[in-house]
Design a protein around this ligand. Structure first.
Ligand SMILES: [Zn+2]
Length: 406
């Protein structure tokens, strides 16, 4: 206490058994909430160590505990976490299910989340349909299963919770659509052109800010001459002397040096860095952004792209319509949307649509019901973080406990 060692000496009673046939002769009184048989730690110490273990796992946990003067090896910390009671989640009504990467993206497991309370329900060590089905079967009463469109979750839900409505998750639908859209845009890469002219010298760095003087002003200030110089430079006249003589005949009275100095940066960067066309990813980003939230400048750039390419124009229309269905829960319009997509020459989007049709009931439900496993995504990321904090040997059981209890 305050850096000093304090020894507490509580007095407890010792009981003796009067039954001579009893193997145990004496019993030591336990102080409720303070001690436990055979334990070298107080109850409070145990819970402190196991909480630290949940938060940080073995090695880091032991190190932090040591800072607080709590003795406990890495193994003690892990053992105390192990001894924690099994998590007992309430029976959920709406379950979100998704996969998580258990080791460097090579081994996958399944995470189940209560979509209504946003709490994790369980972690399964694999992503087999059978494992998910068994878990669902052990939890009767589930009415809705939100999942992505991976076949093992669809099958798992069909077998394990046959009466539950399956909902294809909107988050994944939108992500799949985004991927299909990007493939479409990539196919039309050659349609993406730079929207700004490439060789205007005012694009060269370190030039004076744009002037707004008329092309042939009559003033004698040098600044008034700059627009003319830039214009002539763009036309190909790069000789400073010639240009100086030109502006002199129009009333400029200054020296040649100013003209030469002004044109110098133009020579270092003879043409402006060519404006590059936007990348397919950038254009896809514009297409996937709600038109109302896309900044004006980007909206104009997108417009310039779409003017040049009817297919991308059509794609943008379809993405927008899908976004509307998805946000306004208009799943009933899906068949019409699919028909409209098929009418356009957009092979990548056709592939997406074929996938939707294979899972039509769940997709329609995903576009019509308010449930979404978007909350699961947060847990998938959290698992990744917890996993990263854990050192090599800590296994699945500890990971599961930490995810569910921490
Ligand atoms: Zn095109």
């Amino acid at each position: 206490m305050a850096g000093r060692r304090v020894v507490l000496q509580p007095r407890v009673r010792r009981f003796t058994c009067e039954d001579v046939s009893c193997g145990r002769r004496t019993f030591v009184e336990q102080v409720a909430g303070l001690t436990r048989r055979y334990s070298q730690r107080t109850e409070r110490m145990r819970s402190v160590l196991s909480e630290i273990g949940l938060a940080l796992a073995g090695r880091a946990g032991a190190r932090l505990a040591d800072v607080f003067g709590v003795r406990g090896s890495r193994n003690t910390v892990l053992r105390l976490v192990d001894a924690l009671p099994e998590p007992q989640p309430q029976v959920p009504r709406v379950v979100g299910v998704d996969e998580y990467a258990a080791r460097k993206g090579r081994v996958y497991g399944t995470v189940l989340v209560d979509v209504e309370t946003r709490r994790p329900l369980d972690l399964l060590p694999d992503r087999e349909a059978g494992t998910a089905a068994a878990w669902l079967a052990e939890h009767p009463g589930i009415e809705v299963v939100c999942r992505d469109r991976a076949p093992f979750f669809a099958e798992g839900a069909r077998i394990g919770a046959p009466t539950a409505v399956q909902v294809a998750d909107r988050f994944h639908l939108w992500r799949n659509l985004g991927e299909a859209a990007e493939r479409c845009v990539s196919r039309h890469r050659s349609c993406l052109r730079a929207t700004t002219a490439a060789s205007e010298p005012e694009k060269a760095p370190a030039l004076a800010p744009a002037e707004n003087g008329a092309p042939w002003p009559t003033g004698h200030r040098f600044a008034d001459r700059k627009p003319h110089l830039r214009e002539r430079w763009a036309e190909g006249c790069t000789n400073a002397w010639t240009l100086w003589e030109e502006i002199r005949t129009h009333g400029y009275t200054g020296g040649y040096g100013a003209v030469r100095a002004y044109l110098q940066p133009f020579r270092t960067y003879p043409t402006a860095p060519a404006a590059r066309p936007p990348s397919p990813r950038t254009v896809t980003g514009w297409i996937l952004t709600h038109p109302d939230t896309l900044p004006e400048s980007e909206r104009l750039k997108l417009k310039a792209v779409l003017v040049d390419c009817p297919e991308l124009d059509a794609l943008t229309g379809h993405v927008c319509a899908f976004g509307k269905m998805l946000t306004q829960l208009q799943g009933d319009q899906l068949p019409e949307w699919i028909k409209a997509v098929r009418a356009d020459d957009l092979p990548s989007l056709h592939t997406f649509v074929n996938g939707l049709e294979r899972d039509l009931a769940a997709v329609t439900a995903g576009l019509a019901l308010p449930w979404s496993s978007g909350v699961v995504e947060g847990h998938v990321n959290r698992i990744k973080t917890i996993k990263r904090q854990m050192y090599g040997r800590a296994g699945f059981d500890l990971l599961r406990k930490r995810v569910l209890l921490a």
